[in-house]
Design a protein around this ligand. Sequence first.
Ligand code: NAG
Ligand code: NAG
Ligand code: NAG
Ligand code: NAG
Length: 442
Amino acid sequence: MLHWCHRKLKILFLVIITICCIYILISSKADNLLKHNKKVHIAANDLPLILWWNAMPNDYGSTSLCDWHFCRFTTQRKHLAKAKAVLFYGSDIDIGDLPLPRFPGQLWALLHEESPRNVAFMPYQQWLQHFNFTSTFSRYSDAPLTTYYLPKVENLTSPTYVIPVADKSGQNNQGLVFFMQSDCDTMSGRDDYVRELMNYVTIDSYGACLKNHELPDSLQEQQHDYLNNLYSPEILKLIARYKFVLAYENGVCYDYITEKFWRPLTVGSIPLYFGSPTVKDWAPNHKSFIDISDFNSPKDLANFIKKLDGNEAEYNSYLQHKFNMVKPIGNERLLKELRTRNSSLYANNFFQSFECEVCRKLYQQPIHVQMASETHYQCPHKPIYPSMFGKVRNNEEWRSAMELGKCQANILDRFLKRNLKFTKDNFTKLLNDEMISGKCLA
Ligand SMILES: *[C@@H]1O[C@H](CO)[C@@H](O)[C@H](O)[C@H]1NC(C)=O
Ligand SMILES: *[C@@H]1O[C@H](CO)[C@@H](O)[C@H](O)[C@H]1NC(C)=O
Ligand SMILES: *[C@@H]1O[C@H](CO)[C@@H](O)[C@H](O)[C@H]1NC(C)=O
Ligand SMILES: *[C@@H]1O[C@H](CO)[C@@H](O)[C@H](O)[C@H]1NC(C)=O
C-alpha cells in the first residue's frame, strides 16, 4: 500500500515538473518574441533595406518577417544608395532605366517566371551575369518556380474531375482535342502546328486563336481574368470532357512548364505537350502525356492519337496518376520537389516569397551569392519548333527578334560594366550603329 502511494506521488511529481518546464519554455519564447518586436520598432533603420526597382506600386513599402529575419522593402528610389539588394521583375525591365551606378556589394535579384517572349535579351549570359540571385522556372535558379503552376500533389491524384473515358470526346459532336489559347503569335509555332493538326483530327478551339467554338457564358467572364481562374472548376469540367488537350507552351525553355501541362493531368485527360525539353523529369509517370516532339509531323501525331482513341485500355494506361491506388506517382523527383518546395512560394504570390528569399539571403553569414548565368534561365537563342509539313509563318520575325536580343545583351553588358547611368537614347544609338555595321551579330 505504502509502495503504491509512493509511486503515485512520484508520477504526480514528474507531471508537475513537466508542466513547469513547458511553461518556462513557452513564456521565454513569448518574451523573446516581445523583445524581438520592440527591437524591430526601435532599430528599424538597421534592418536590411531592399529596393524594388520596378513592377511594384509607388506607395509599396513594408517591413516583413521572413523566418525570423526582418527586412524593409521600399520602392523609393532615393534610397538606392542604402539598399543592400535591388529587386527586378523581368517582364517589366526597361532598358535605359537601370539603377546605375551600382553600389559596391549591392545584390541584384531577378524574378522572371516567363519565357523570353517579350524580353529578348533575357536568355544571354552577358545580361544574366549581372544578377546575383534569380527566381525563374529553371531548377538551377536560386528560388526555382519549376512546379509553380501545380498547386498540390493531390491535384494530380484526385478523382474529382475524372469522367469515364467512354463519356469523353465524340459525344454530342464534340471534337477529340481541346485547345484554348488567346496569344496566337508565339515563337514556338503554336498556331502553325495546330492549324496543320486540324487537317487530321477534330480540334475544338475556344480561345481567340483558330477559334471554332464558343465558351459557355459562365466561362467567358472568367477568361478576362484568366490568371486568377487557371483552376476554376468550370474550366476543369470543360477540359475533362476531352480525351486530349493541347498543352503547347509559347517557348521552349528547359523546365518552363505552365498550367497548360498540369491542368489536363488534373482532370484525367492526356496532354499533347510541346515546350520544355525536360518535361519528362516532372511528369507524374513515364507515360502520362504525349510529347509532340516525338512525332515527325502533325499527321503522325494525329494517327497516333486516333489509335489511342479507339483503345480504352491503352488510353487509360496514361492515367496511372488517377487509377493506380498503390503508387499513383512514380516520379520521385517530382514527389521530392512537391514535398520540399517552399509552400509560401505556392500560396499564389511569388513576389512576396521572392522578397523573403532575398531577405533570408542577406542574413546568411557569410552570404553565399554568385553571379547568375545562362543556366539560371535556360532558353534557346533561336526559335524552336516541332517538325511539320508547312512553314512557320513568323519564323523570320522571331528569329530576328532573338538575334536582336543577343545584340541588346551585348550592349547592356558593356554599359553595365562601365557602371555609368545611360539613357534609352544612348542605348538605341549604339544598337543601331552596331546593327548597321554588322558588328553586333558577328
Ligand atoms: C554580384 O554580381 C556582380 C555582377 O556580376 C558581381 O560583380 C558581384 O561580385 C556579385 N556579388 C557577389 C557578392 O558575388
Ligand atoms: C487543386 O487546386 C486548387 C487550386 O489551388 C484547389 O482549390 C483544390 O482544392 C485542389 N484540389 C485538390 C483535390 O487538391
Ligand atoms: C525554403 O525556405 C527555407 C526557410 O524556411 C530556406 O531555408 C530554404 O532554403 C528554402 N528552400 C528553397 C528551395 O528555396
Ligand atoms: C548618353 O548620351 C548623352 C547625350 O548624347 C551623352 O552626353 C552621354 O555621355 C551618353 N552617356 C553614355 C553613358 O554613353
